[in-house]
Structures are given as C-alpha cells and as structure tokens.
Design a protein. Sequence first.
Length: 64
Amino acid sequence: MVLEITNSERDLLFELIESAHREMIQEIDHTDTRDFRKLLKAKLDLLEHIGAKIGVAHAELPIH
C-alpha cells in the first residue's frame, strides 16, 4: 500500500505517535498484569515501527 500525505499531515501523524508513545510507556510502567504489559509492549513496538516509517526526518521518537 502506498499512502501519499503532505508534510504537514506527516508532521501531525508523527506528533500523535510521539504522544501515544509517551503515554504507552507510562502505562507499561504502571501495569502489574504481565499479559497486559506484553500487549502494551507489542503495541509500543508497532508505534515505533510506524513512527520510523513516517518520521525519517524526525529523530525525536525515543526507541524503547
């Protein structure tokens, strides 16, 4: 699939991914259930993967 987006759309998507990334790290840190933590980490990996795809020019997303 090829998705064409403008630079401003890409920037907004990246900002949303960064925000979700920060929130997910906090949620992982506060989660006691191992299965839920595993699910959150899988989602975090997916967020990082998507962020890397759209944020080639952005290096702000910390890889966990």
